[in-house]
Design a protein around this ligand. Structure first.
Ligand code: ATP
Length: 246
């Protein structure tokens, strides 16, 4: 399979030299209050190093998506803090945080958040456009990634004209094509058939191994768990296990 990694030059900025890319400190997220209080995440202290391939697992409602949303700065904690590349998210201005997200983090979420008026190809290209990547380079990367995720021939379809699994592949391609240093993926294989899921995982693993790209997945999928180098288990919003494998 062709991979994006073959097109990729190593990043050479200060952040690339720092080993710890994600740190959560006493991170808590509560929803509601009184009788309706839900403690979605309680006192999570995690350190994720550059290049880790980490699965966050746990029963439905245990806080996996909440943790990913907080790490990505898409939600604010009730208390505690998140550091990305040793910078406190809470101390970034709104525009600093959105620039950081655009340049360093790729998101793959269950609600694919595709832009409905753009075609599959344009959705995948969008962040690279914001990053000022040349038209020639954009076209090259889009062709490579669409082939890799099995979306050839569907370039001009809008999201409403694609199946759920195809939309998910567009979302995966969009997150990876701008070659961020961190990918946060909430159940990235949930709506994919087994073969496509394995192909995508292998592509992610290649990017992880060749580019030292950091992956954090929330998942119930045994295929991801098998490949993960680290498994963090949540139960009722608490980290109850954190296992590294060789
Ligand atoms: N916006 C919200 N308002 C109220 N409660 C919420 C909100 N978001 C999440 N929760 C609650 O927080 C808890 C953790 O939810 P979360 O989505 O993080 O779980 P999860 O482990 O990702 O679940 P799943 O595996 O089903 O995706 C659940 O009890 C959920 O109902």
């Amino acid at each position: 399979m062709t991979t994006l990694a073959q097109n990729k030059k190593p990043k050479n900025d200060d952040s690339a030299n720092s080993a710890t890319v994600i740190e959560t400190k006493a991170l808590c997220r509560h929803f509601g209050q009184g009788d309706t209080l839900v403690k979605a995440l309680t006192n999570a202290n995690l350190t994720i190093e550059r290049g880790e391939f980490t699965a966050i697992i746990g029963p439905s409602g245990s806080g996996k998506s909440t943790l990913l949303q907080l790490i990505g700065g898409l939600d604010s904690p009730t208390s505690g803090d998140v550091l990305l590349d040793n910078r406190h998210i809470s101390q970034m201005t709104g525009s600093e945080l959105s620039d950081f997200r655009r340049d360093h983090i790729g998101f793959i979420f269950q609600a694919y958040n595709l832009i409905p008026v753009l075609s599959a190809k344009e959705n995948i290209e969008y962040i690279m456009l914001l990053q000022g990547i040349s038209a020639h380079e954009r076209a090259k990367r889009v062709t490579t990634i669409m082939h890799a995720v099995g979306l050839e021939g569907l370039e001009d379809r809008r999201p409403a004209e694609l199946s759920g699994g195809q939309q998910q592949r567009v979302a995966v391609a969009r997150a990876m094509v701008s070659e961020p240093s961190i990918i946060l993926a909430d159940e990235p294989t949930a709506n994919l058939d087994s073969k496509t899921g394995i192909e995508l995982l292998d592509m992610m693993k290649t990017l992880n191994e060749q580019q030292n790209m950091t992956f954090v997945f929330s998942t119930h999928d045994p295929k991801i768990m098998e490949r993960a180098k680290r498994i963090i288990r949540l139960v009722d919003g608490c980290v109850v296990d954190d296992e590294r494998r060789n």
